[in-house]
Design a protein around this ligand. Structure first.
Ligand SMILES: [Zn+2]
Length: 435
């Protein structure tokens, strides 16, 4: 049994659970006597560990293949229902807690509320709403004449007033965290990323979010964006691939955590077949270069003592729900240099701390919520075992085993919604080539 707080496994343990909470965790020899009416569950030879937590799962993206797929083809109502379905797939994979870093409208808020009200089984969710974007940032994808209509993921806020108003709107709507797109796809001539908000702008938004009791997460590849985010006191800086020593220092000072979320990049690079648009556009090649820089810089952040969390960026076609979440744990070990035990602590108690009342989640300890897994295999010896569906033998939430039906669905009505019909242009020459 691995508590999620220690570096080694314990043996001959008994867990006593009452009202969904661990009351006793310790040696079987000293455990309280079984009382009449108690149910007893034998873990057998299974490895017992806390439920996993993913710091980066987009519940409304629907395994999208493009930004248009994410934003244009479905109503908010359908996205919420679809998000609920996929949230259950995430839970079945052993993830009892997820943070949604940027969403649309009230989708993840509604999914969270329906689960918390007991209407549906699902993971614990830290919900968010639209990503606060600026010109030059992520989520301001579309041409200037489109902007960010009400229903898309991004919310363009180009003035200080509109930025603060959006923070307050989201707090009122009931988010747990607010996502700010700190950089995007614009670069200086020397190749460095341009931050999308000034220091002054992000500091004002973070101060207001914190004043209203909300956490703030950002997307920040570039060192300027990471630096501004750290100085502003952002809770989770996603990616931080180009962070330098000064960024590390600022993050240590502010207590900002880093979520590499390299699973998305790794899958994109490894799975994008030759015919994919991401190859022809140069996107795949660019991500491969980013990975090489990121490995070095994130190792330095680890050595400096910056706290890490684990997120997969699930919700895209290369990171479908319930499939790749635990790959990030393997990346923390193989690419960033964490020990398996440290990576598992990050993916349990470390990441669960981001959820509301997160100090009561993510670990097998008296007083915490009884979310735990039975695993066939030893993740302390090989963390990749957690990626195998058949190894997740049982998922318990609030002390009860959850049953999620393995239901198949029609992807052409759920995920493959774009209007793209061909990936090639059939000139006479191309047709001749194809014979
Ligand atoms: Zn993301």
């Amino acid at each position: 049994m691995f508590t999620g707080l220690e570096d080694s496994a314990r043996h001959d343990q008994t867990l006593v659970i009452e009202d969904g909470v661990f009351r006793y965790v310790g040696p079987t020899a000293q455990a309280p006597e079984k009382q009449p009416g108690d149910t007893q569950l034998d873990a057998g030879s299974h490895f017992v560990m806390p439920g996993l937590a993913d710091a980066h799962t987009h519940l409304v993206f629907g395994n999208a293949r493009s930004e248009e797929d994410i934003d244009f083809w479905t109503t908010p109502e359908f996205r919420a229902l679809r998000g609920l379905f996929f949230a259950q797939r995430v839970l079945a994979a052993g993830y009892t807690s997820v943070v949604v870093p940027g969403d649309a409208g009230n989708c993840s808020i509604s999914v969270r509320d329906a689960i918390n009200a007991g209407l549906f089984t699902g993971p614990r969710i830290a919900a968010s709403s639209n990503v606060i974007a600026n010109r030059h940032s992520l989520n301001d994808w579309f041409p200037e004449h489109v902007g960010t209509p009400e229903y898309v993921t991004g919310r363009l806020c180009t003035t200080r007033e509109s930025q603060l108003a959006e923070v307050r709107r989201q707090a009122k709507a009931g988010v747990d965290c607010i996502k700010i797109a700190m950089d995007g796809t614009h670069f200086r001539e020397d190749g460095t990323h341009i931050a999308a908000f000034t220091q002054d702008e992000i500091s004002a938004m973070v101060d207001e979010a914190h004043r209203l009791g909300k956490k703030v997460v950002t997307h920040a590849y570039g060192k300027e964006a990471v630096m501004y985010a750290a100085r502003a006191g952002v809770d989770v800086i996603n990616h931080a691939f180009f962070a330098d020593e000064a960024c590390a220092e600022a993050m240590l000072k502010s207590g900002s955590r880093v979520s590499p979320t390299l699973t998305f990049l790794r899958n994109n690079v490894e799975f994008s077949a030759e015919h994919e648009p991401s190859v022809g556009s140069g996107y795949k090649a660019a991500q491969l270069r980013v990975i090489e820089v990121a490995k070095k810089n994130l190792r330095k952040l680890r050595e400096a003592g910056v706290p890490f969390v684990a997120g997969s960026d699930s919700g895209f076609a290369v990171t479908p729900y319930g499939e790749w979440h635990a790959r990030e744990i393997e990346i923390l070990v193989d690419w960033i240099g964490f020990t398996p035990a440290h990576a598992l602590r990050i993916a349990t108690s470390g990441t669960a701390a981001l959820l509301p009342r997160g100090h009561l989640l993510g670990a097998i300890e008296a007083g915490r919520k009884a979310d735990f897994l039975f695993v066939a295999g030893d993740p302390l010896a090989d963390v990749s075992v957690l990626q195998r569906k058949e190894a997740i033998a049982a998922v318990h939430l609030d002390g009860r085993a959850v049953r999620i039906e393995e239901r198949s669905y029609d992807p052409w009505k759920v995920t493959h919604l774009g209007s793209l019909k061909w990936t090639e242009v059939y000139t006479r020459e191309r047709v001749r080539e194809m014979r």
